[in-house]
Design a protein around this ligand. Sequence first.
Ligand code: NI
Length: 253
Amino acid sequence: MIFDTHAHYDDEQFDTDRDELLNTMAENGVGTIVNVSAAYESCERVVRMAQRYPFMYAAVGVHPDEVGSLDDEKFDGLKKLFKNDKVVAVGEIGLDYYWDNESHKLQKEWFIRQLELARELNLPINVHSREAAQDTMQVIKEYGKGLDGVIHCYSYSKEMAQEYVKMGFFIGIGGVVTFKNARRLKETAETVPLSAIVLETDCPYLAPEPYRGKRNDSSLIKYTAEKIAEMKGITYEEVVRRTEENARKLYRL
Ligand code: NI
């Protein structure tokens, strides 16, 4: 069944129908979802949600756009959430020079601290990186030695994707691969072996065609999987089965 490796079901866009929607996942072929925190406030929420739904797990971490709200005390509070056995990763963490909400120095500082936390806990990382290709690679090489995980919503070159794969990372591919103008991501999806690809929504954002611009949810991953199947010349079923195996390896489930 479909494994959504990166979703945000605590987002307010799901406030009106969250339970209803999540209760239809199994009938839509979705077997597992990892709900990922972004803001500090969402960390507790994703853990609570994972406790409520048997098919849902949580990643706990603070997104680079949100690290300005962190301090030592809050960071210690976050660490306690990892005692819950449904927390399977540290994320999403990384660098975002597109929105540039926080200084690069502060983003790097919290990225590094959260990498160190992942090492301490022996957990994979869920990496967010936008317009920060070189710095992200450099920080992971320098401070993330021995760590593995996923580069979520991958948006850089196919060569860099290969480098991440060699380092033991998975490449997270979502709805963007169905967009007409996504030439670079299509090249990556074609060249990276299926054994290194995991599927994701990043919902409520980045719905695939033909739902581009609408609210995304895990059931729409089928359009992403169909696109990858078409590009790689294999069946839809193989894409779903293999990416599910990959996701289980990634999150050690
Ligand atoms: Ni995300």
